[in-house]
Design a protein around this ligand. Structure first.
Ligand SMILES: [Zn+2]
Length: 414
């Protein structure tokens, strides 16, 4: 069997061996569509490579997994599955045994294997580069030979932990700041240098949505960012790679024209209606890096102290301005594919104009320097799907495309 005849199966899907280096990119927070980041930059003449590819590629809008959060969807993309399978349903969950809010950034929380691990075991050379180290730990689960590092900690990448060293010398760039577009640019620059140096079968690049939280499509900063990306896409393509990209989620503004915020302080609402501590709102977007979104998202899960009150609480939640979904535990597991032991009694999401906070006193608005833009709900679940070749028409029979189909699309419909 030649390597090109090999197939790799994981999580119920089978993938063809990449015919050439397959670079799969998660462009964090890339709201798609005619008014989205990529299309706006193309229309303004800032993504000449993407413009040149439109007629000879596959470019569509698909959906992400819910909640439309970063780690949830990165894990969906790299496992080809939904949160009920891989277990990552937010940055936090309420540990039912400990009763405490627990950060899910350790790979022990990931319940299934990644596509990378399966390809590595089959003998493929895999490289994974992401922005933040918290995500690197999840993406790198069980990898023994693959290059896997974060641009945040590129300076301390080493052979033992990351299978690469001297990254700053290789990339010829200084260590980027955590809150910067450089953090994402470094990922692309490193990807290009690694591919120049060695044969890679599968590469995954996952950027950060710092720019998208700050800036709307068409703004100068966003345009500069996508122009930069276009240059690297061209370099990778010219090196002979096949390029595919999607996003973990979209991004929507949550501020009115007068500058006022559309935020539902859900813990305050529930405390005043049902009494203090009758309900516990868990904002699962909360993480140690909150400067750019103030820990506001569009998805929360709620635990009720008195389970007989769940129906009553749900009826009240449906009356709140800005609500989108109110689902009980069973329906959130069935329709949103949530892991049943990591989700509360109720899931509450806001519509695309609103964000959700816990208590007004819990959120430090002084840290929020720009109008609030965030994600988490169905309003931010549209994502781009791009593959740098015309796919075999059979892919259309899949119906609605998902970001967690991207490896399948890139490898199986050539
Ligand atoms: Zn994200």
């Amino acid at each position: 069997m030649t390597p090109s005849d090999k197939k790799v199966s994981v999580n119920g899907k089978t993938y063809n061996w990449p015919k050439k280096t397959s670079v799969i990119i998660c462009l964090d927070g890339s709201e798609p569509g005619p008014k989205g980041y990529v299309d706006t930059a193309i229309q303004m003449g800032l993504m000449p490579f993407m413009k040149s590819m439109i007629s000879k590629s596959t470019y569509e809008i698909g959906k992400c997994a819910m909640p439309s959060f970063t780690n949830v969807n990165n894990m969906s993309i790299v496992t080809g599955s939904t949160p009920d399978v891989h277990g990552i349903c937010g940055n936090f969950f309420l540990d039912p045994e400990l009763g405490t809010e627990t950060l899910m950034n350790d790979d022990s929380f990931l319940r299934t294997n990644t596509i990378f691990e399966a390809f590595e075991k089959a003998g493929a050379k895999v490289a994974v580069i992401t922005a933040k180290d918290k995500l690197r730990k999840l993406l790198g689960k069980n990898l023994k030979k693959a290059i896997c590092f974060s641009s945040e900690k590129a300076d301390i990448a080493n052979m033992k932990d990351n299978r690469i060293d001297n990254v700053l010398d290789l990339v010829k760039k200084p260590l980027p700041e955590v809150y910067s577009s450089d953090l994402s640019e470094f990922i692309f620059a490193a990807g290009v240098e690694i591919i120049k140096k060695e044969k890679v079968d599968l590469m995954y690049l996952s950027t950060t949505d710092y720019i998208q939280h700050k800036c709307a499509p068409g703004s100068e900063i966003a345009n500069n960012f996508y122009h930069m990306i276009d240059g690297y896409l061209k370099q990778l393509y010219d090196l002979g790679c096949e390029i595919s990209f999607t996003a973990d989620h979209g991004m929507k503004g949550k501020t009115n024209e007068d500058g006022s915020l559309n935020v539902i302080y859900l813990q305050d609402e529930l405390d005043s209606k049902f009494g203090k501590d009758a309900c516990n709102v868990v904002c699962t977007i909360t993480d140690p890096y909150v400067v750019h979104h103030g820990a506001f998202g569009s998805f929360v899960t709620i635990y009720c102290l008195d389970k007989s009150k769940i129906e009553e609480v749900m009826l009240f939640l449906k009356t709140i301005e800005g609500v989108d979904l109110v689902l009980n535990h069973k329906d959130s597991v069935e329709t949103l594919h949530q892991p049943e032991d990591r989700i509360g009694d109720i899931v509450f999401t806001s519509n695309e104009k609103f964000a959700i906070g816990k208590k007004k006193t819990d959120h430090d608005l002084t840290k929020l320097k720009e109008p609030l833009r965030t994600h988490g709900g169905r309003g931010e679940s549209d994502i781009p799907i791009f593959v740098s070749k015309k796919l075999n028409e059979k892919y259309k029979s899949k119906g609605e495309l998902k970001n967690y189909d991207i490896f399948d699309l890139a490898l199986n419909y050539g």
